[in-house]
Design a binder for this molecule. Structure first.
Ligand SMILES: [Fe+2]
Length: 381
């Protein structure tokens, strides 16, 4: 089965196996003559990245790459990337990779046009209106995992290397002009990354679906996104070359990011401090903390989850859904506790204090207090 389509929601999406070959055309269409491809260190030497550079070079766009990007991209990576962009005389960014490459690439394209520090554009109130729009470079995004959904998002998560906190940086111009979703690029993903990124997509859909805010469009997208994960993540995990499964996971990832305009919740509020302090994989961390957060939220979401379970073909209402999450985790080799990811109990107080002020905490259906955050961390570790 071939899945190929052009969508204009929420941006121009060129979806289909093999469509990376159109990369240079889309760069040219948005005005790039000398793009900078931004990706992470691990991806830089890989064949999919070298092929993308070859496509750009063959079209006369050069083959410039910036790959000094940490798994949780930080302000130092951003500063170095902006310098590379300016020194190289570039005029656009190809944001290439998983969450790290995409988030940093988008942030570089934005910051090359700014004079204020990046923290002035944190996603608070109308801070984004402080930005100078003229100098922002165009972005073509190319996801190589299926989880973050950053390829359709208007924000990047950047870690402050001084305070070890993750900040959401927001501007409407972070939304890539064009996104190429080519599921063939995800075929080589190791099983553990397929599992972690897939569970991140699931967490986005689940938390958006459960958030108390009124956003029926996101609600519908979140529900169908969960269904795609249920049907296709185990398949993609078992057989990485299953293109139909990879394609549907790529859709689920984009849908999760569209849906979480409605809000995220405590899965992410707990996961962000853990990632910032212990550098754990974001999606895998979400998967570990998911069951305790579901139990914590149960009084507020029991009916909603029962409705989702019915749509997903899961019997037993909330309990059936909860058991399904446990089964999915074990099928994907997700550890039961954060201790298995190297997280200790010695920094619970600090992480709890960070969790309750995380921007996602406000979307949790049950209020996350310092006491409840500590109890949740203890249960997760
Ligand atoms: Fe996430």
């Amino acid at each position: 089965m071939t899945i190929t389509a052009n969508w204009s929601y929420p941006t121009a999406i060129k979806f289909g196996a093999g469509r990376i070959k159109e990369l240079a055309d889309h760069c040219k269409a948005v005005g790039m003559k000398k793009p900078l491809l931004v990706t992470d260190r691990g991806l830089a030497p890989m064949a999919i990245t070298q092929n993308a550079l070859a496509i750009l070079e063959a079209a006369g766009l050069g083959r410039a790459i910036f790959a000094d990007v940490d798994p949780n991209p930080n302000d130092a990576n951003l500063e170095a990337g902006v310098k590379a962009f300016k020194d190289g005389g570039h005029d656009g960014v190809v944001a290439f990779g998983g969450g790290s490459g995409l988030d940093l690439g988008k942030a570089i394209a934005f910051m090359v046009g700014q004079t204020r520090p990046v923290w002035d554009f944190e996603d608070i109130g109308d801070w984004w209106t402080r930005a100078s729009v003229e100098g922002i470079a165009p972005i073509v995004a190319v996801p190589t995992t299926a989880g973050t959904g950053s390829e359709v998002g208007r924000a990047s998560v950047i870690t402050n290397s001084q305070t070890h906190t993750k900040k959401v940086i927001f501007h409407p111009k972070f939304l890539p002009a064009v996104t190429i979703c080519d599921p063939e690029l995800t075929v080589g993903m190791p099983k553990v990354i397929t599992a972690g990124t897939g569970m991140d997509a699931f967490a986005h859909c689940l938390e958006a679906y459960c958030s108390p805010f009124y956003h029926p469009m996101s609600q519908g997208i979140a529900l169908e996104g969960m269904r795609l994960v249920k049907e296709y993540l185990p398949r993609a995990y078992r057989d990485g070359a299953d293109i139909e499964a990879r394609a549907n996971m790529m859709s689920a990832a984009a849908m999760g990011a569209v849906a979480f305009q409605k809000g995220l919740g405590a899965i992410h509020s707990l996961s962000h401090p853990v990632g910032a302090i212990y550098n754990t994989h974001h999606g895998m961390t979400n998967a570990v903390v998911m069951p305790p957060v579901l139990r914590f939220n149960r009084p507020a979401i029991e009916g909603k989850i029962a409705a989702a379970a019915a749509y997903l073909g899961i019997s037993g209402g909330f309990d059936g859904f909860y058991d399904y999450v446990l089964e999915l985790r074990s099928e994907l080799g997700v550890p039961d506790k954060l201790a298995a990811l190297g997280v200790g109990t010695d920094r619970i107080d600090e992480m709890a204090a960070m969790a309750i002020v995380d921007p996602t905490a406000g979307g949790n259906p049950v209020e996350l207090t310092l006491t409840s955050a500590k109890t949740l961390f203890a249960a997760c570790i």
